[in-house]
Ligand binder design. Structure first.
Ligand SMILES: NC(=O)c1ccc[n+]([C@@H]2O[C@H](COP(=O)([O-])OP(=O)(O)OC[C@H]3O[C@@H](n4cnc5c(N)ncnc54)[C@H](O)[C@@H]3O)[C@@H](O)[C@H]2O)c1
Length: 270
C-alpha cells in the first residue's frame, strides 16, 4: 500500500548490496511512496552487479562511492545535486563493516588497523557525509538523515565485536551533528536501532542464528523485519516526523525495554 508520503522528495540511499539488504527494501518503499532516488554503494560491492536490478526497478541512477574516501563522497553529493538540480530531502546511511569480525578476530585481540578501518567505514563516514553535505548545502531545509544502528551500542553482545564501538560512535555523531545541522539548516539526523535481520552484514556475526532466535523470544512483538525497517525509514523521511532529531530510535519489537519474557523463562526451566 502507498500513502504518497514522499511525493516530490529526493533522496540518496547508501548500502543496497542484495535483495536482503535493509537499504534495498527501503529503496523500494521510498520509490513506492513517490520519492526519486539515487543509489550508491562501494565500487567493490557494485561488481556483484545486483544493484543494477534495483536501479531498474526504482528508476534510479547508481553512483559509486566508497564512504571512507573524502573524494568519493564529494563526487557523489556533487553529482546528486547536478542530477536533481538542487539539494536532496533525505539520506539513508545503511553501511556497516568490521574487518575484525570478517577475519574472526575476537574483541580482546582486535587488530587496530582493522579497527580504524571499521570505524572509518561504519561510523566516521556519517560525519564525512554530513560535513560534505553541509559544505555543499546538499540537503534541503527540513531534510532527514537516518543511519542504521544496533543495541550493541548500549549493551554487550559478545560476538558483535568492534562493531559495538562503531555503533556507539555512529549514534554519537548523529546526536552531535544533528545539533549543528539542526541549528544551521533545519536538517534532522537520527539513528534507527534495528532488530537482528538476516542480511549479508547481519549473518557475518558469529552465532547469528542463536542471536536472532533469542531476540525473537525476547521481543513482545517479535523481531522487526527488514520490510518493517524500510517502512520506519519512510516515516522518518516524511514530513510526519519533522520535529524528531538527534534521537536513537529503537525499532525492535520492544526488545530494548524488556527485562525477560515468559517464553525465555520457560526455556530456562526445561
Ligand atoms: N542485519 C542486522 O542484523 C542489522 C541490525 C541492526 C543494524 N544493522 C545495520 O543496518 C545497516 C545495513 O546492513 P544490512 O544488514 O542491510 O547488511 P548489508 O550487508 O546488506 O549492508 C551493508 C552495506 O554496507 C556497504 N559498505 C561496506 N563498506 C562500504 C564502503 N566502504 N563504502 C560504502 N558502502 C560500504 C556494503 O556494500 C553493504 O551494501 C548496517 O549499518 C548494519 O550495521 C543491521
Amino acid at each position: 500500500m502507498s500513502y504518497n508520503l514522499l511525493k516530490g522528495k529526493k533522496g540518496i540511499i547508501f548500502g543496497a548490496l542484495d535483495e536482503n539488504s535493509i537499504a534495498w527494501k527501503t529503496a523500494l518503499r521510498c520509490h513506492a511512496e513517490g520519492a526519486q532516488i539515487i543509489l550508491t554503494n562501494a565500487p567493490i560491492a557494485m561488481r556483484l552487479g545486483e544493484i543494477n536490478k534495483l536501479a531498474e526497478a526504482v528508476n534510479a541512477p547508481v553512483i559509486p562511492c566508497d564512504v571512507s574516501s573524502d573524494e568519493d563522497v564529494l563526487n557523489l553529493l556533487t553529482k546528486s545535486m547536478e542530477h536533481f538540480g538542487g539539494g536532496v530531502d533525505f539520506i539513508l546511511h545503511s553501511i556497516g563493516m568490521s574487518i575484525n569480525v570478517r577475519k574472526g578476530i575476537s574483541y580482546p585481540e582486535n587488530n587496530y588497523d582493522f579497527t580504524h578501518k571499521g570505524l572509518d567505514i561504519s561510523a566516521i563516514s556519517l560525519h564525512r557525509v554530513l560535513q560534505t553535505a553541509l559544505k555543499l548545502d546538499a540537503i534541503n531545509e527540513w531534510g532527514s538523515v537516518v543511519a542504521l544502528t544496533y543495541i550493541a551500542a548500549q549493551r554487550v553482545f559478545p560476538d558483535y565485536n568492534d562493531m559495538a564501538d562503531a555503533k556507539s560512535m555512529l549514534e554519537s555523531i548523529a546526536r552531535n551533528f544533528g545539533y549543528y545541522y539542526g541549528t544551521r539548516k533545519k536538517v534532522r539526523v537520527n539513528t534507527i536501532s534495528q532488530s537482528p535481520t538476516r542480511t549479508k552484514a547481519g549473518s557475518g556475526v558469529k552465532g547469528f542464528d542463536g542471536f536472532i532466535n533469542y531476540a525473537e523470544k525476547m521481543s513482545p512483538l517479535g523481531n522487526a523485519s527488514a520490510e518493517d525497517c524500510a517502512n520506519y525509514c519512510v516515516t522518518m523521511f516524511s514530513d510526519m516526523t519533522k520535529m524528531v532529531t538527534m534521537q536513537n530510535l529503537f525499532h525492535d519489537g520492544g526488545f530494548s525495554f524488556t527485562g525477560v519474557t515468559a517464553e525465555v523463562i520457560e526455556s530456562m526451566e526445561k
